[in-house]
Write a protein that binds this ligand. Structure first.
Ligand SMILES: [Mg+2]
Length: 138
């Protein structure tokens, strides 16, 4: 059996910035049998569910850095509703997920995560967004 095509898509600065384009992309890939992985920092909370539903994003998997770090016992401190955790563990979480799940393309707006993808097969597509909001939590 052929491996399905697998794409990872970030939310903040990506889906929330270009919702219609990513809705079309995700639908087209989903209909073609691809796995569409939402790969984000955020937990799958009601606000995120509402955002994805409003943007009409079809996806098959959801990965949250926060949920991942909690599951491996990392300490997460919340300040002003933003998570603070070990910088290295946070920064390699998307990379490790993409490696483990053999994601073909990861679309993300972060230049920091980009640097962690050089030694894995997943191809990092760095979305440039001039209005990018930088959450400096670490
Ligand atoms: Mg982002």
């Amino acid at each position: 059996m052929n491996m399905p095509f697998k794409i990872g898509i970030d939310i903040h600065g990506v889906i929330d910035t270009f919702p219609e384009k990513f809705s079309r992309l995700a639908s087209a890939l989903y209909k073609d049998g691809a796995e569409v992985h939402i790969i984000t920092g955020s937990k799958r909370c009601p606000d995120v569910e509402a955002l994805l539903e409003k943007a009409n994003i079809r996806f098959t998997h959801y990965f949250s850095i926060v949920e991942h770090l909690e599951s491996i016992g990392e300490t997460i401190e919340w300040r002003d509703e933003l998570p603070y955790a070990d910088e290295h563990q946070w920064n390699i979480a998307k990379r490790d997920y993409c490696k483990k799940h053999e994601i073909d393309f990861m679309i993300d707006d972060s230049p920091i995560y980009r640097e962690t993808f050089h030694d894995i097969d997943s191809t990092y597509l760095h979305l440039i967004n001039r209005e990018r909001i930088v959450y400096s939590t670490r």
